[in-house]
Design a protein around this ligand. Structure first.
Ligand code: SAM
Length: 252
């Protein structure tokens, strides 16, 4: 939503999924099911091969000290969850969850190939099937933007973390200025053109990607919303010329 200082972002509006629709969960799931098989390839292409480095940085900022119970929410094809599993000092275990079965299946295949025993679960991030304070670290890579209700989702992440536990969120962030104009052109024009074609996405998933980034809170606003959801000591680091951000915080 635009404010007195920030104009309403101009959306492409050609995706079958409207990122403003708070009932879009089933449509988002169907959209990700449709692109699951080509999701990794597109990540590598549209990030210029940088996406795994951003996930590595996220693991680093989560600051593992060894023995943590980690939950990766919105795991997709499992790249961030697997990075946590291989991190040093080693966590006690990594659980991965996502509400798209086709994505969870790809995580299962990667974990099996890597010889990692990883508990997997098909679950909506807004209603996680875990008791309060079950985890020491919760991560989300490129998932929060898709939450039907960002604040409810952040509160749910806080609920399953133990007090003092850490959250790490990697997400695209709207950029401003000259770089913002170039980033907007790339995300709004190039990425949908390439992504929708290569995935043959009937939902136009990469148009949704562009529109959902435009509507996502900027890094300062996300920090504030994390604080309101129950996180303290929230800080963030921007990456990729300010077009990505990693936020970390502690469960109060
Ligand atoms: C852009 S992908 C990110 C995947 C992975 N974390 C990564 O780093 O590439 C977003 C994932 O979030 C999942 N997702 C979106 N909304 C969700 C929700 N409310 N609950 C659970 N999973 C959700 C989708 O199914 C999809 O697999």
């Amino acid at each position: 939503m635009g404010t007195a200082t920030e104009p309403e972002p101009k959306l492409r509006g050609d995706s079958a999924v409207d990122p403003r629709d708070q009932q879009r969960g089933p449509a988002v799931r169907a959209m990700f099911a449709g692109i699951a098989g080509r999701y990794d390839l597109l990540n590598r292409i549209i990030s210029g091969g940088r996406d795994q480095a951003w996930r590595r940085r996220t693991v680093k900022m989560a600051g593992l000290t060894g023995g943590e119970r980690v939950l990766d929410v919105c795991c997709g094809t499992g790249d961030l969850a697997l990075m946590f599993a291989f991190a040093k000092p080693s966590p006690a275990g990594v659980t991965a969850s996502d509400f798209t079965p086709e994505m969870v299946e790809l995580t299962a295949q990667k974990a099996a190939k890597a010889g990692i025993a990883m508990p997997l679960c098909i679950a909506d991030a807004l209603r996680l099937p875990f008791a309060d304070a079950s985890f020491d670290v919760v991560s989300v890579g490129y998932g929060v933007r898709n939450f039907q209700d960002i604040d409810a989702g952040l509160r749910e992440l806080a609920r399953v973390l133990r007090p003092g536990g850490r959250v790490a969120i990697l997400e695209a962030t709207p950029a401003r200025g000259v770089i913002g104009r170039f980033a907007n052109w790339y995300i709004n024009r190039v990425v949908p053109w390439v992504g929708n074609r290569l995935t043959r996405s009937s939902h136009k998933a990469y148009s949704y990607l562009a529109d959902s980034i435009q509507l996502f809170p900027n890094a300062d606003a996300l920090k504030q919303r994390m604080e309101q959801a129950g996180f303290a000591k929230v800080r963030y680091r921007k990456l990729n010329l300010g077009t990505m951000a990693i936020h970390v915080g502690e469960r109060s």
